[in-house]
Design a protein around this ligand. Sequence first.
Ligand code: SF4
Length: 565
Amino acid sequence: MECEMCGHRCSIQEGGYGRCRMYTCKNGEISERFPDLYLALWPGAIETIPFLHYTPGGRYLLLSTIGCNLSCEGCVSYVLAKNQDLLTDALIHAEPTDVLRMARDNACIGAVFCLNEPTVSLETVARVARELHAAGLSMGCASNGCMSEKALDVLLDHMDFITIGLKGLSDQAYQINGAPCNAEQVFQTLKTIHSRNIHLEVAAVCKTSDMEEIVTIAQRILEISADIPLLVMRFIPFHGADTALEPSAIAAEDLISACRKYLPFVYLFNTPSTRYLNTYCPNCNELLVERSFNGPMGARFSGRYAQVCPSCTSSIPIRGEWFSQFYQEPRFRGGYRTPVALDMVYSILKAVSISDEATMGMVLTKLLSNDYLEQLQTRLQTPKGYIEFLQVLQQWSGSLSFEPVIRFLSGRVQIIERYSNVPNKPRVLSVLSHPLLPSYPDKMENTLIALAGGDVLNYDLGYDEKSSERFTWDAFQKLKPDILVVSGPGHLTHQDFVDLCMREDLTAPAIEENNIFMVPGTHLSAGPSWILTLESIANYLHPDIFDFNLEYEKAVLLKTLPGLE
Ligand code: SF4
C-alpha cells in the first residue's frame, strides 16, 4: 500500500513501515504505528515553541510524538525525530479526553503540537484538535510544510495557528534535508494557510552559507502579507554540525535589520543579548512589545506591551488575548529544551562508546521518566553534579565505560579545589555574549569561576531568570569588576566584545585594563569539556598558581571519550 501523507509516497508492505517509521500497513490499510502515544505532554509558554504574534504569554499544553519525514542537518530534535525507536518505551498513552483534562489541569488555553512533524501523526493530532475545539480550547502546530495536499487539508481543518519552518529557497536546500517537496510547494502552502485565515508565522534558519537568502525570504513573505512574522533562527551547530555555519550575533543582527526594510516583523532567535526579539512600531519605531532570549528557538515575553502605538496610534497585527503573567517552565521543559537534553545524553553515551540500541533506549527512557529531567539542569550547573550525573548514567547503562572520564574530571577538580580559598580573589562578572547580560547566578560558568578562585559578582546581583527587569548601565557601573568572563553562543571575538562595551559607554577596571576572558566556543558547559573551561579560567585568574597545558588536557579528555565523533 502507498502512504499518501507526504511526497515520499512510501510503499509499505503488510506489517512494515515507511521512511519516517511512523506509518504501517495493517489489514491492507495505512495506519499510524503509535496512535495516541506522546513523548511531550507538558505545559509551556507559546513563545518557547515559538509563536510571537498569537496570544502573547499564553500557556499551552505542548504535545509531541516521535519521528519526522525529513533529515535536516543539525536538527535540534535529532534524537526524537530520527532515532525514534530508542524512545518508544518512553511514550505515554493519552486519549484525546486525557489531553483535554491535562490542558485544563495545567490552566492551558489550548495545545500545540511541536518538537516533531505533525504529518507523521496526523490522525492523532486531528483527534486531539476536535476534542479541544469542542471544549472551546485552541490548537496549533509547528510543521515543515512538506506534506501532501490531502494531508494539508486535514491539518488546516483542525488548526487555529501554524508555524512553518522553511529549509531554504532552493530545491537543493530541500533535497539536502531529505524533503519530499521543494521550496515552491512550501510557499504555496504558506499562501493556502494565509488564505484560510489561519494565523501563520514562518521560521527560517540563517547559516553563514546562505545569509542573503533570508532577505529574499522576507521579500517573498511580503508578497503574501506584511503581517506575517518571520522568525529567524541563528544556526547553532547541534548534533555535530559544522561550526563554521554559525553566524556571529552581530552578523545575524545586521541581517535582521536588512530584512526589516522589507518585512516589518522579523525576529532573531538563539542570540542571548539581542533586542531583535522585540516588536517595534513599523511606523515610528516605538518599542511596543518586549521579549528576551529563552533557550534554543525560544523567546520570553516580558509582559510589557502596547498593542496600539502610544506615539502614532498604529496597531500591530497580534491575534488573541494577551497574558501579562509569563509562565516559566521547569528547566529542560518548554520549547526545544527537552530535545536538547536528549541529544546531550545521546552524545555522551556515544562518546563513551555505548551504542547498542537497547541500552541507549533504556537510558533515554529513564531520563524521561521520574521527573529526572526537571532536576537535570540544576545538576549540570556544578562539576560535582555533572560527575554525579555521569555516575547515574553509568548505573542506568550497567556499563563501566564512564569510569575513565569520571576519574579524569574528579581528579582535575580536586587539584583546583585545593586553591579555591586563595586570598585576594579578583572581582569577576560573568556575562552571556553582552556586557549587560550577566549569567544567572546558578549557571555552571559562575561555579567554575568560584572554584578557580574568583569572587563571583553575579551571586549578589539579584538578577536571575525570574527577573523581569533588564540589567542596566547604572547597575554595571556600580559593580566595577576586575575581570569580565564572556561565554555563550554567538562567535563573539574579543574585539567585538570591547566594541560592545564602547557602544554601551561602559567603564570598569576590567575594560580599562583589558581583563576580558573570552571562554572558547568549544568549551560548552553542557558537555564534559567544561573541565577545559575550568582549567583555562584558573590559568587566567591565578597564573601564579595554575599553568594547565590546555592542549595536553584536551588530548587526555578526548582519550577518555573514544566514541566522540
Ligand atoms: S508520512 Fe511520508 S515518509 Fe512517512 S510513511 Fe508516509 S509517505 Fe512515507
